[in-house]
Design a protein. Structure first.
Length: 547
């Protein structure tokens, strides 16, 4: 392979999935190249063919996947139709994949360090050098305390830390090409910046090529030399980032830009609500001086506990949205779980709608469950795969023995209408829904008991930007129509700016700054808050105004 030969060269690639003896196309007539030391980003919504393209390149299509036409050459080797032995020689040493789902990508029975070591061993490294490289790659991937994390299992890490462990595994083989499939969708903006900076440095210093697959056009615009926009399996547009953002030819590209607030405002984050100077409504939820210590190992052997929260005080005004923002492991989700009574605070007070819930038993807390409900992060794991949509939505009503079968069905139809889904979906299974539709069902279920407060734990982080925009608009409409209060947990400050009235910025289990959203973004007092704002993608070289 000469210096001018592309590392990846795809010509007329057709890929489909076999269902009921018919191959349904997923990628159609795709042409794509990746040069040595080039960063190429493929952008599009869920189902556009991005991940299918990546899997086809390295022979990781599912059992029903079929390459029905075209060619895919990687480092001079034709991978379309290649035997497993040929593909295995390419994986790791030539091409590494950073998968999207950290729970699927990691072996739950092996320690993190052992899984990274497997990739390093392919380079015939052993002994102390092997252990040193394991720690080195964890550190490069942004994992704090890498020596400790190397000894832990995947279930002992947060979602963000698991994603960073996957990135460390991909780096460990020192490949020529890294395919990053939504590599930072589960990460907060500061760690996202560090990871993407590191991947960019590998491209610059070592000549590694990078193929980024993302639904986030802001990330693609910041980090790539060339952007390819896909929709329904076809390439609709490609070009350098400034051309794509400044003069998009395709209407679909303009739609993606409009759905990314950072890009629509020329790279700036503009909070939607400004409540400065307004009287704050009475609180529906108050946490005062809440601390939480988790046992770390065997305390009888003198090991210390882990302080997840340290004196956290947070207030959610009635009828408004209060956001908790910070890096993975900062204590956001722990705060939410304590507020919901799913964890017990080591010290401090939690008052929900005028009732102190600290120290109450499960039976005492149960009536309060009707006042506060939770929407989880992952729409794929939220719903029981054996339940129909109607059964999922009416499950809380059955649990609390509210109404009869007829009234529950009527309530389910009413809730589907509120979340903009047709009543015909009542008989569908979760597997028949898209990610955005599943999240709408999860929101409908949370509203079944007519709660006053809804707690949302990263509710849009797993969704592409177009669906994300729809869910945020839905939440805002429901709040206005029903007078709901939200406690909104997110690592994405641009998302928070779209929905929150007030915000608490958290770091290492403490609140470092809080106040009206517009005030915190316009005049951040904490250096950490400024760091979070500066790390938001979509600010590099964005045009001043995007149509």
């Amino acid at each position: 392979m000469t210096a001018t030969t592309p590392l990846v060269e795809i010509k007329g690639l057709d890929v489909g999935y076999l269902r009921h003896r018919v191959v349904h196309p997923a990628v159609v007539g795709l042409d794509l190249t990746v040069e040595p030391a080039e960063v190429v980003a493929i952008v599009g919504e869920s189902g556009s063919g991005k991940t299918t393209t990546a899997n086809a390149i390295i022979g990781l299509l599912p059992a029903n996947g079929r390459i029905t036409g075209g060619s895919a050459v990687v480092d001079g080797v034709e991978t379309a139709g290649a035997k497993e032995r040929t593909l295995r020689r390419l994986r790791g040493s030539v091409v590494s994949l950073i998968p999207q789902d950290p729970m699927v990508g990691l072996n739950p029975t092996k320690r993190i360090g052992a899984q990274i070591a497997e990739a390093i061993k392919l380079r015939r490294i052993a002994g102390p050098a092997l252990r040193a490289e394991v720690v080195q790659f964890l550190d490069q991937a942004g994992v704090p305390d890498p020596e400790l994390r190397a000894r832990q299992y995947p279930h002992e890490l947060s979602g963000g830390l698991r994603q960073r462990a996957l990135i460390a595994i991909a780096l460990a083989g020192r490949p020529k090409l890294i395919i990053a499939d939504e590599p930072t969708s589960a990460l907060d903006v500061t760690v996202q910046k560090r990871i993407l900076d590191h991947l960019g440095a590998l491209v610059r210093d070592q000549g590694i090529s990078l193929l980024i697959i993302t639904h986030d056009l802001a990330v693609a615009a910041d980090r790539s030399d060339r952007v390819i926009v896909m929709r329904n399996g076809r390439k609709v547009e490609q070009g350098d980032p400034r051309t794509i953002l400044g003069a998009p030819r395709a209407g679909y590209t303009r739609q993606l830009i409009a759905a990314a607030p950072r890009l629509a405002h020329g790279g700036r984050v503009v909070p939607r609500f400004d409540v400065r100077g307004q009287d704050e409504p009475p609180p529906i939820l108050s946490l005062t001086g809440v601390s939480k210590t988790f046992a770390a190992g065997d305390l009888r052997r003198g090991r210390r506990g882990f302080n997840a929260l340290d004196g956290v005080s947070v207030t959610v005004p009635r009828g408004r949205t209060h956001a908790l923002v910070g890096e993975s492991g900062c204590g956001k989700t722990t705060t939410l779980r304590i507020a919901l009574g799913l964890e017990t605070a080591t010290s401090g007070s939690v008052v929900l709608d005028g009732t102190e819930i600290t120290g109450r038993s499960w039976n005492q807390l149960r009536p309060l469950r009707r006042k506060a409900q939770l929407v989880h992060q992952d729409p794929f794991a939220t719903l029981d795969p054996k339940f129909t949509v109607g059964q999922s939505i009416t499950e809380p009503l059955v649990s609390f023995k509210i109404g009869d079968r007829r009234s529950r069905q009527a309530r389910a139809r009413e809730l589907l209408d509120q979340v903009a889904l047709p009543a015909a979906y009542l008989d569908r299974l979760p597997s028949e829904l898209s990610g955005g539709q599943r999240q709408r069902v999860a929101i409908a279920r949370a509203l079944a008991l007519r709660p006053d407060l809804v707690m949302l734990d990263e509710p849009v982080s797993a969704l592409d930007v177009l669906v994300q925009e729809q869910i945020l608009r839905l939440l805002a409409d429901l709040q206005q129509a029903l007078g709901l209060s939200y406690l909104f947990v997110s690592h994405d400050l641009a998302v928070v700016a779209e929905i929150a009235h007030t915000v608490s910025v958290m770091s290492e289990g403490r609140v470092v700054e809080q106040g009206p959203m517009a005030e915190v973004f316009t005049n951040p007092r904490s250096p950490y808050t400024r760091e979070l704002i500066d790390a938001i993608p979509g600010q590099r070289g964005a045009p001043e105004e995007v149509a």
